[in-house]
Every structure is written in structure tokens, then in C-alpha cells.
Design a protein around this ligand. Structure first.
Ligand code: HEM
Length: 185
């Protein structure tokens, strides 16, 4: 699906409106500086799972690179700028995961961890109505990000099967993702 069209649908479906966007932008001051800390805790969690650990350590320097990419991704959650390039970039991240063999089923629990780590920090820094508004806005943007990542997986799968490039779901995903990433360059 077109990234702009999908983004519009997701904004409507999650109800992420101007007030939530303003809240997220305000949260940047509190959450942005914690991005590297959240990245460390996130990969610490992923690394405890043998299957994920194997993927993470399969390429030298990968985890170190991921600390930086994840922290950037995390800060952008609070940018307040959710436009077509945000949408396309998040779909591309889904494609990258499909291409390197991260199973779609790993993504949902991982996003749950992002939420948990973020809520811990928000609980320590915000109070009362500010905390509730922050939680609501965060949940909405994470739901949007999750759906955009999934869109990358869906596109990869469709492309893989369309091109007859896999006998299994796993092969179709990885092959379809590689083709789409090459095409986008
Ligand atoms: C909420 C879920 C996740 C988020 C937000 C996330 C975020 C990211 C980002 C921002 C990138 C960099 C993409 C780029 O190069 O532009 C990336 C790549 C990657 N992620 Fe994730 N990730 C998630 C889940 C996972 C899980 C569950 C695994 C399991 C092992 C994983 C493994 C990887 C790997 C292997 C790469 C490619 C690294 C490379 O070689 O460059 N990610 N991820």
C-alpha cells in the first residue's frame, strides 16, 4: 500500500490527533535523552532469547550498529513529525527485518518491551494527567509503528510469492524483501 495512504488510515484508526502529537513532541525532552539507555536494555532483552541472539550476533559489528539505529528510531517516535517519509522509513525497517530473517512473530513481543521500558521511564518522570496523556499518545504511535513494520513484512511476503521465489513462508519473506529493498535504491 502507498505509505501516505497507509499512514492516513493508521492515524484515523488509532485516533492519533493534534493533541497526541503535541504530547509526543513535549515528551521528547524527557524520553529523547533516554534513547541509548532504552536501546541497551532492548538488545539485552532480545539477546536472552537463543533464536534472536543467533541473528543478532551472526554478523560482526551488527549489535553495535543496532544500538545507534534503534536509538535514532526511538527518538523519532517523539519527533511529532509523522509524514510520508516517516511512514516509508518505518515500512523499510520492516523490509530489512524480513530480509535478514527476523520472524514476524518476534516483532510484537519486542514492541511490548519498548512500551514497558518507556512506561518505566515515564512513570519516574511524569505525574497525574501528564502521565496519562503521555501513555495514551505513546501507545498510539507504537501501534502505528507496529502496523508500518508489519506492512513491510506483508509487502515482502507478497513480492516473494508473486515472484515464485520461495517454497516456504520464510524463504518468500526474505527473497521478497531483498527484491523490494534493491528496487527502492
Ligand atoms: C519493536 C521491534 C523492533 C524495532 C523497533 C527495531 C528497530 C530496528 C532498526 C531501526 C533497525 C535498522 C534498520 C536500518 O538499517 O535502517 C533494525 C535492524 C535490525 N534489527 Fe531490529 N527492531 C525490532 C525488532 C527486532 C527483533 C525482534 C530482532 C531479532 C533478532 C531484530 C534484529 C534486527 C537485525 C538483525 C537488524 C539488521 C541489522 C543490520 O545488520 O544492519 N530487530 N531494527
Amino acid at each position: 500500500m502507498d505509505p501516505q495512504e497507509l499512514l492516513e488510515k493508521l492515524l484515523a484508526r488509532t485516533g492519533l490527533g493534534e493533541l497526541h502529537i503535541a504530547t509526543l513532541r513535549k515528551l521528547e525532552a524527557v524520553m529523547g535523552p533516554l534513547a541509548s539507555e532504552v536501546a541497551l536494555a532492548f538488545y539485552d532483552y532480545l539477546g536472552r532469547d537463543p533464536e534472536m541472539r543467533e541473528i543478532l550476533w551472526a554478523v560482526p559489528g551488527r549489535v553495535e550498529r543496532l544500538y545507534g539505529s534503534f536509538a535514532r528510531w526511538y527518538r523519532e517516535l517523539f519527533s511529532g513529525c509523522y509524514d510520508v517519509s516517516y511512514s516509508a522509513q518505518r515500512i523499510r525497517i520492516g523490509l530489512i527485518h524480513a530480509a535478514v530473517g527476523v520472524k514476524p512473530s518476534f516483532i510484537m513481543p519486542a514492541m511490548g518491551i519498548v512500551q514497558e521500558l518507556s512506561l518505566e521511564h515515564m512513570r519516574d518522570s511524569l505525574r497525574g494527567s501528564e502521565l496519562l496523556a503521555g501513555m495514551e499518545a505513546l501507545q498510539k504511535i507504537l501501534a502505528i509503528d507496529l502496523a508500518l513494520l508489519q506492512e513491510g513484512y506483508n509487502a515482502a511476503m507478497e513480492e516473494g510469492f508473486r515472484m515464485g521465489m520461495g517454497v516456504s513462508q520464510r524463504e518468500a519473506l526474505a527473497a521478497g524483501a531483498r527484491v523490494l529493498l534493491e528496487r527502492a535504491q
